[in-house]
Design a protein around this ligand. Sequence first.
Ligand SMILES: [Zn+2]
Length: 173
Amino acid sequence: MRGQRSKQYRKLMKQYEMLFGFREDYQVLLDAEIIQDAARFHMDLVGGLERTLHGKVKPSTLIYSSWSIHRKLIFQVITQCSIRHLYNSEHKNEALIDQAKTYERRRCNHHLLEEPLSTLECLKSVVDSKDNLTNKHRYVIACQDGRVRAHMRQIPGVPMVVSLIRHLDREPA
Ligand SMILES: [Zn+2]
């Protein structure tokens, strides 16, 4: 990533911090598709997130060392439905499932349903459970689904990482 663009992202995320109270450590909510696409296209998901958000993705065994004092941590978060999407995928990939299981699990509680909800329905309920246009848990969304992005754009203060982690989608609204 070129220096100029990298600086822009840093500035954008600073704005999210000031306007919407994003804290030092970011929680990035990933869907099944972006994890699968990253693997399929040999994209470096972790590196992309780190460069875009200027932090360090939390290793599966977190040991606080000197870097974690000086750098933001990025927590990869996945919902129960997205895990089920990985299981139900026609291109089921055990290694990817194992990887996703090391992420922070967001208990959307849709596991009680016979079928997982769609990514849109699940992420909608996780990000804005009361349907009052608030990103209560200050998630960053990493998802390429056009319908999800269109929905999240209506909610102020939802930074989105799209297009296989090439850029943040928009400025704070
Ligand atoms: Zn769910």
